[in-house]
Ligand binder design. Structure first.
Ligand code: G4P
Length: 547
């Protein structure tokens, strides 16, 4: 199989996934923490809404989906937002389904590959890949998939919009296998296409699922079938479609691997469901799939040792920081993924980086259903901790142990620009604003060793515009970005003497990041090679662990 030929990534080699250890306590074992990845317009929002609907978190469809700006306030049902005036948006949503607790973590929607996306995916144990049945694997799907692959995340695939004209089923599967180098196994098989689309044959459970076109919110009629020779099939499926279904499934059985849970959990095999989110079709089967096949909360890489979800002591790490969109409050919410233990409101945890205790008295738990502040959380859950900037991305919280979560890197920016306040008297304000964005992870901010001003680094060009408008909006500061002479940044580490010597000899190229760590800026790969040759004791790195 294609997927098994690919080299294991260094990330996976470092973490031994002892998936689904049967001894996990039931409260933890029932948790499913995942994200949805897709190309814009494939149906992520619609699918999310149906999840919440079946999770009992919303009463009717239409509450999540809203046009334009209003879309951002999906989480209106969260009383917390109103009480505190904190806009946390729908970064994480929890709901119950069939005895399981689902934690759905939102991946940022913008099209640039960003660290934000990468880090969001460090907080989940699995991902659902939504593709449009007419369009197949699109560019953004591919990018996000590659990020999931870095961590060998198990992927469940949902092929959406089957109520419309869509591509041939085998062709879609083939495209996924070819473009993404992952094995695909059908969890369901569509019957008919476009206007003739009847529903699906549920391959995993031998059931016939029939779509109700008249009522978009009605869940499919489900009919138990004893295999493809069951005469009952003919009562519901016209002869020509039935013949086609039998042929296609036979071909699929010959050409495609059967479902194998280990391969799924290793991220080398993805089960695919066909459905139509807007017609509520195939969604529950997908949810059943997550509930039944997992994965459960996974061990977390950390130094000096990995964290197992069943450890008694509470440990968690910050994977995202969201600053308040309301300029009157400078509060931020740190999103913490609990790696282990049973967290209770009011607990005192140690902030490992500063070694200071923190009483977590006002955690936001993103329980979608009851609009209440939940009082507890378990490994696998996401909690929001309002703070004034102490909590940064990559920070670990423990009950005292000196342990730091790893694998939440910061990436060297690929675009660098100088930034200046429109009003030179406001330089100090600008510095403050920039530092906030740096801590939030929205941009890299470098202070040159020589001269004034700052250099801002981002991964996607659009981020400069976003930053400029946020600085203006949230700090009332008009800013100007100018071209910078540099195009690459590398963090420099090594023995102090050698590092000092290097810094002094290359002052024009040295800046300091928001932690005060030295960074070498250049426009030439040649420079980087030269330094590696001339200063063998130093390491130049395009990533930095954030802790
Ligand atoms: P996104 O979050 O991935 O960007 O996708 P979103 O759910 O917003 O869906 C994009 C469009 O596709 C929406 O149409 C939505 O209604 C439609 N859609 C989602 N699922 C299905 C499906 O199963 N079948 C069909 N035919 N369409 C689907 P829109 O025109 O942008 O909005 P609206 O007019 O429906 O509100």
């Amino acid at each position: 199989p294609i997927a098994q030929r690919r080299a294991r990534t260094y990330m996976s080699a470092m973490l031994d996934r002892s998936h689904n250890a049967p001894e996990l306590p039931p409260e933890i074992a029932r948790r499913r923490t995942f994200a949805i990845i897709s190309h814009p317009d494939a149906g992520k929002t619609t699918l999310t809404e149906k999840f919440l609907l079946y999770g009992g978190a919303i009463q009717m469809a239409g509450q999540v989906r809203a046009k334009g700006e209003a879309r951002r306030t999906r989480s209106d049902f969260m009383q917390m937002e109103k009480d505190r005036g904190i806009s946390v948006s729908a970064s994480a949503m929890s709901f119950d389904f069939d005895g399981h607790r689902f934690n759905l973590v939102d991946t940022p929607g913008h099209s640039d590959f960003s660290e934000d996306t990468y880090r969001t995916l460090t907080a989940v144990d699995a991902a659902i890949m939504v593709i449009d049945g007419a369009k197949g694997v699109e560019s953004q799907t591919q990018k996000l998939f590659e990020v999931c692959r870095l961590r060998d995340l198990p992927i469940l695939t949902f092929c959406n919009k089957m109520d419309r004209e869509s591509r041939d089923t085998l062709e879609i599967i083939d495209e996924i296998q070819e473009n993404l180098a992952i094995d695909v196994t059908p969890a369901s098989w569509p019957i008919g296409v476009g206007r003739d689309f009847l529903g699906c044959y549920d391959v995993l459970n031998d059931r016939l699922e029939l779509m109700d076109r008249a009522d978009r919110n009605k869940v499919a009629e489900s009919i138990k079938i004893e295999g493809l020779d069951d005469p009952k099939l003919a009562d519901h499926v016209p002869a020509h479609l039935l013949e086609q279904l039998r042929e296609e499934l036979e071909m699929a059985r010959e050409l495609l691997p059967a479902f194998d849970r280990e391969a799924f959990l290793d991220g080398t095999l993805t089960p695919i469901w066909f459905g139509s989110a807007i017609n509520s079709f195939g969604v529950q089967e997908l949810m059943d799939g997550i509930a039944k096949y997992g994965p459960e909360p996974q061990p977390q890489r950390a130094t000096p040792r990995a964290i197992s979800p069943d450890e008694k002591k509470v440990m968690g790490y910050v994977f995202k920081v969201q600053a308040n969109m309301d300029p009157k409050h400078r509060d931020r919410v740190a999103f913490v993924r609990l790696a282990s233990g049973h967290f209770k409101r009011g607990m005192k945890l140690t902030h490992v980086r500063t070694k200071k205790p923190m009483a977590i008295s006002n955690p936001v738990l993103f329980l979608a259903s009851d609009r209440e502040l939940a009082e507890e959380a378990y490994a696998g859950d996401i909690i929001g901790i309002p703070n004034h900037g102490q909590l940064r991305i990559g920070d670990t919280l423990t009950e005292g142990e000196d342990i730091r979560v790893t694998g939440i890197p910061s990436f060297a920016p690929e675009l660098l620009q100088g930034v200046r306040a429109g009003d030179p008297m406001k330089a100090k304000h600008l510095e403050k604003a920039l530092m906030q964005f740096a801590e939030e992870g929205a941009a890299k901010v470098f202070k040159p060793a020589i001269g004034s001003g700052f250099i801002v680094g981002v991964v996607g060009a659009l981020q400069f515009e976003v930053l400029a408008s946020r600085i203006e909006l949230e700090y009332g500061l008009p800013v100007r970005f100018d071209a910078s002479q540099f195009t690459s940044a590398r963090w420099v580490t090594g023995p102090k003497l050698e590092l000092d010597k290097f810094v002094n000899a290359n002052k024009q190229h040295i800046s300091y990041d928001h932690d005060g760590d030295p960074v070498f800026l250049t426009r030439l790969q040649w420079d980087i090679d030269r330094i590696e040759r001339d200063y063998p004791e130093l390491t130049l790195s395009a990533t930095k662990e954030m802790h």
